[in-house]
Design a protein around this ligand. Structure first.
Ligand SMILES: O=C[C@H](O)COP(=O)(O)O
Length: 251
């Protein structure tokens, strides 16, 4: 039985004061961590405030990015070693905004996955196709290839413990959600790809999220699908009541 994992991705929104206020508003009403994992991914500058506010609560903390080197002359980058020392649990990698705007390659993302595991954190690895790719009938092949490249060299144990987020680019921040069936279809492809690369035991363990205009009104239906174990949520994760509705999808 895979534990549900609902993660907010605040992107470049919120400041430390808003972060503290947000966590104070939700912390008493989070589901128990052993039933559903509630995670917030925040900008690096907000992580100290987030970690402080989340102490002793059922909330886990994600960074939205990190570099693949631990230290050195890499101006402006964030070290995975430092994130681990700070107490960060998850790091989101391969988000389409990072692939598109910051030109991150499959190879960069794969190196980040290795660095995150080396530093005792868990990657939330994102994949997903553009509208053009979908309309060309190549969504399955595209996503399967991203997963294959992203997981290169990772051990079966590492992959079993990680999270893969399927986020069709055309559904991000557009209000256009993939239907629950469309989301399930590609999440199943992700799981089959993991089974081919490793084996069915690993595929049965890896948790797969759907992301793209998830909101309280559609989360239950999406979470009801066989291969969907969680959500990676942008817009609807930035308001406390909405975040609580999301993490309590099965109440
Ligand atoms: O990482 C989150 C996704 O990009 C989804 O964003 P959204 O929920 O605002 O569509």
């Amino acid at each position: 039985m895979r534990k549900p994992i609902i993660a907010g991705n605040w992107k470049m929104n919120m400041n430390p004061t808003q972060t503290t206020e947000f966590v104070n508003a939700i912390k008493a009403n989070l589901p128990k961590f052993d039933q559903t994992e509630s995670v917030i991914g925040a900008p690096a500058v907000d992580l100290p405030a987030l970690l402080e506010a989340a102490k002793g609560t059922d909330l886990k903390v994600a960074a939205e990015n990190c570099y693949f080197e631990e230290a050195g002359a890499f101006t402006g980058e964030t070290s995975p070693k430092t994130l681990n020392e700070m107490g960060v649990d998850y790091v989101i990698i391969g988000h389409s905004e990072r692939r598109d705007y910051f030109h991150e390659t499959d190879e960069d993302i794969n190196k980040k996955a290795h660095a995150i595991f080396k530093n005792n954190m868990t990657p939330i690895f994102c994949c997903g196709e553009s509208l053009e790719t979908r309309e060309a009938g190549k969504a399955e092949e595209w996503v399967s290839n991203q997963v294959t490249e992203g997981l290169k060299g990772l051990s079966a144990d590492q992959v079993s413990s990680m999270v893969i987020a399927y986020e069709p680019i055309w559904a991000i921040g557009t209000g256009k959600t993939a239907s629950a069936d469309q989301a399930q279809e590609i999440c199943a492809v992700v799981r089959q790809t993991v089974a081919k690369l490793y084996d069915q035991t690993v595929a049965d363990k890896v948790r797969i999220q759907y992301g793209g205009s998830v909101k309280p009104a559609n989360v239950k239906e999406i979470m009801g699908k066989e291969d969907i174990d969680g959500g990676l949520v942008g817009g609807a994760s930035m308001e406390p009541a909405s975040f609580l509705d999301l993490v309590h999808f099965n109440d």
